[in-house]
Design a protein around this ligand. Structure first.
Ligand code: HEM
Length: 371
């Protein structure tokens, strides 16, 4: 389809799709044409309005720029690097708990708990509540099985979980307004955008986004890294022989099995690409995974090559919405992979097990991965 119909209209879903690397980059680089405010065409659900108020992924400039400058300080590479000792300690704790057995589940034992604990500590909510956070993410991911964000049935199935999240986080926002601590929620309660404080819904909406975006995607990245490496024994041997290839191996996992399959935009005006005009106010799926396998950009794209250079993949998006958590996700991926390779010199997949993918079209990953 990248070759024959790169700008594709799906008659059934009434959605447009962009599949080529150059078009994906173009859409993400032109927010005035490809708006992120998908809420503008999704039926409004007053119950979950709090989500959209603090959801930076759906903001356009100038609001996006203001909000992003406020929160990006918590995620600079320098701030994230300071989290390395804590992430290493947590990784060791989680792995210590499983090394007594000869078999472990990468997802259950390390990839799922680690990012949740890290995000919980960053926000300042108790990491002991992580089963609850996991349930929320899993419910929302399972509900998001439809590719159509205007699907009212899908939205309705998400409301109870969103309400529960809202109530939970709002209590912490109230508490931190009274008694600030050294955490992100406290900082957001005093932060200002052009003299204006953030209201409760904005803080709760942003915290919910982090709890969701910051954990399931990183879980999937770690799982996908193990999938890619165990599928390619020659790559794992190369990596063991030269661990300095770890960062480029993670970039190749992000390209080859991109955790986030696609992101959505709404056309603010008519736009013509490859002779096809997408009218204004249409929902467009921007396929990151397809861009990352585009043979026009990546020679031999179906080859998993941990030395690939250059590797300008789109797994974290591009332009003004480029993933704020990218340095953190990369760091967690690096620490976990290093620990696993060092601890388990003969790490292999348990054979003859059918792997179960997540049902959602938005993510590419498996629910469990026994090794
Ligand atoms: C944005 C992917 C981890 C927080 C994005 C976008 C992508 C993405 C593709 C852009 C969406 C768009 O343009 O519509 C990923 C992947 C991750 C990951 C693949 C893991 C491997 C994280 C983590 C955090 C995070 C760990 C937070 C701790 C965010 C936020 C945005 C974002 C706040 C919105 C930025 C904006 O709109 O300006 N992510 N993400 N992500 N991500 Fe991530």
């Amino acid at each position: 389809i990248r070759e024959t119909e790169p700008v594709h209209y799906d008659e059934q879903t009434h959605l447009w799709n962009l599949y080529r690397y150059e078009d994906v980059v173009y859409a993400l680089s032109h927010p005035a044409i490809f708006s992120s405010d998908t809420n503008s065409i999704v039926p409004q659900q007053p119950e979950i309005n709090f989500m959209s108020k603090g959801d930076i992924t759906q903001m356009d400039p100038p609001r996006h720029r203001q909000f992003r400058s406020l929160i990006s300080q918590a995620f600079t590479p320098r701030v994230v690097e300071q989290m390395a000792p804590r992430i290493t300690a947590l990784t060791n704790q989680l792995l210590d708990a499983v090394t007594v057995r000869s078999e472990m589940d990468i997802i259950r034992d390390i990839a799922a708990p680690l990012p949740i604990i890290v995000i919980a500590e960053l926000l300042g909510v108790p990491s002991e509540d992580r089963e609850r956070f996991k349930r929320w993410s899993n419910t929302l991911i399972a509900s998001a099985s439809s590719i159509d964000p205007t699907d009212e049935k899908m939205i309705a199935s998400m409301i109870p979980t969103m309400r529960e999240m809202h109530e939970y986080l709002q209590n912490y926002v109230h508490d931190r307004r009274q008694q600030p601590r050294e955490d992100l929620i406290s900082r957001l309660t005093t932060a200002q955008i052009e003299g204006q404080m953030l209201d409760d819904d904005e803080i709760v909406g942003f915290a919910s986004l982090l709890l969701l975006a910051g954990n399931i995607t990183t879980t999937i990245l770690i799982g996908n890294a193990l999938l890619c490496l165990t599928d390619h024994p020659e790559a794992i041997a190369t990596l063991r022989a030269d661990m300095s290839l770890l960062p480029s191996a993670i970039e190749e996992v992000l390209r080859f099995r991109s955790p986030f399959t696609l992101t959505a935009r709404v056309t603010a005006s008519d736009i013509t690409l490859h002779g096809v005009t997408i009218p204004a106010r249409q929902l467009v799926n921007v396929w990151l995974l397809s861009a990352n396998h585009d043979e026009r950009q990546f020679p031999d794209p179906e080859h998993f090559d941990i030395r690939r250079e250059p590797n300008r993949h789109q797994a974290f998006g591009h332009g003004i919405h480029f993933c704020i958590g990218a340095p953190l996700a990369r760091l967690e991926g690096k620490i976990v992979l290093q620990a696993l390779l060092e601890r388990f010199p003969t790490l292999k997949r348990v054979p003859n097990i059918e792997l179960e993918p997540h049902e959602s079209s938005f993510v590419t990953g498996v629910r469990s991965l026994p090794v």
